[in-house]
Design a protein around this ligand. Structure first.
Ligand code: 2P0
Length: 347
């Protein structure tokens, strides 16, 4: 058993231990568990880890979840009998069986190893309603749905904060996908990672719209996990990022509280471009943009010059997410054509 695995297992036991009198035995109470979680878009971003084993971020982040776009997962537990033909986990993604050496499958089953009762295999059926690895944060909804399915399977009845801690261990951004609406993921200070979880923000903002500008929904060239680590290791500009990100986060929290759209949009766009600047100043360089991404940004800037309040944010992919208020919907749809528009507090 590796040191990393042992540290992660200790973390899991610290999180769920209080809930279970006999926490060394992750005894299954049911055969099947089910979970469903939304994707989230960060308005101030998570980029970089201070601890790669426990997935602890360099900075906090704030997000908005998109209802109707996400992941639904069913976990089935099967005891291994002597005559089991294949005592290994099996994973189905969107109805297709994945081979054991698929990287998605390896990451998923490595995570499940932390929760496996002795002599059992997992069957995982997972469905995404967003394209996998399209920069629409499907790992976030994926690990949040998986943790909810584990909570159901083992009947832990954990509060959302603890589910957020477990989801974070699977994928950082998943910590924020336990909630609808706005969420804040606190970076935390403790080396044990028990104070690095997300919480919901109560504010509702029915007029707020997110437009999805889909430039390319193929697999991205470099995963966020690898990309952010390369940035931390090789980008001198990154030194300035954690402080800026924390400052942006406070400004965004204030904008949400006061429903100040200009402040929200400006800070989110500036934050996203600053993150991309650190990616580009990484070696080898990380450039998720495509020519159409830049063209879409220029359309946004042109619209703003005409007095239309629209801003964008971008994640680890070429797609843009537009931020605007309901009153601007006709202008946005005219400029961007078939853009899918989501109203997180109305849908
Ligand atoms: C975010 N991203 O805050 C940022 C913005 C991408 C760019 O969180 O290694 O898939 O699994 O913790 O959560 C994507 O990173 O990375 C991400 P891991 P994750 O949404």
């Amino acid at each position: 058993m590796s040191d990393s695995f042992q540290r992660q297992q200790r973390f899991v036991h610290q999180v769920i231990g209080h809930q279970l009198p006999n926490h060394n035995k992750l005894a299954p109470l049911k055969r099947q568990g089910h979970g469903i979680a939304p994707v989230n878009i960060a308005l101030s971003k998570y980029w970089g880890k201070r601890d790669t084993i426990l997935n602890l971020p360099m900075n906090g982040s704030v997000s908005i979840s998109l209802p109707g776009l996400g992941t639904e997962t069913t976990l089935t537990l099967t005891p291994i009998s002597e005559n089991s033909p294949h005592p290994i986990d099996s994973v189905q993604l969107n109805g297709e069986s994945l081979s054991d050496d698929n990287p998605f499958c390896i990451r998923l089953t490595d995570f499940l190893e932390l929760f496996r009762p002795e002599n059992h295999t997992f069957t995982i059926h997972t469905h995404n309603t967003v394209p996998t690895a399209a920069g629409l944060a499907s790992s976030a909804s994926g690990y949040a749905a998986l943790v909810l399915a584990l909570n159901d399977l083992f009947q832990w009845q954990l509060p959302p904060q603890k589910l957020s801690l477990l989801a974070r261990l699977g994928s950082g951004s998943a910590s924020r996908s336990l909630y609808s609406g706005f969420a804040i993921w606190h970076k935390g200070e403790q080396p044990d990672g028990l104070d690095s979880y997300a919480e919901p923000i109560a504010t509702q903002w029915p007029e707020l719209c997110i437009g999805l500008v889909k430039v390319d929904v193929q697999q991205k060239p470099i995963s966020s996990t690898t990309g952010m680590q390369n940035t931390v290791n090789t980008c001198d500009l990154y030194q300035a990022w954690p402080a800026q990100a924390e400052k942006n986060m406070q400004t965004i929290l204030e904008a949400i509280e006061q429903k100040n759209f200009e402040q929200l949009g400006q800070t989110a766009e500036h934050n996203a471009l600053s993150m991309h600047a650190t990616m580009m100043a990484t070696w080898p360089p990380i450039v998720y943009w495509q020519p159409e991404s830049l063209a879409a940004m220029q359309t946004v800037w042109h619209l703003r010059k005409q007095g239309i309040a629209v801003y964008f944010t971008m994640d680890a992919g070429p797609n843009l997410k537009l931020l605007f208020l309901e009153t601007q919907k006709p202008a946005i749809q005219q400029a961007f054509g078939e853009t899918e528009v989501i109203q997180p507090f109305k849908s």
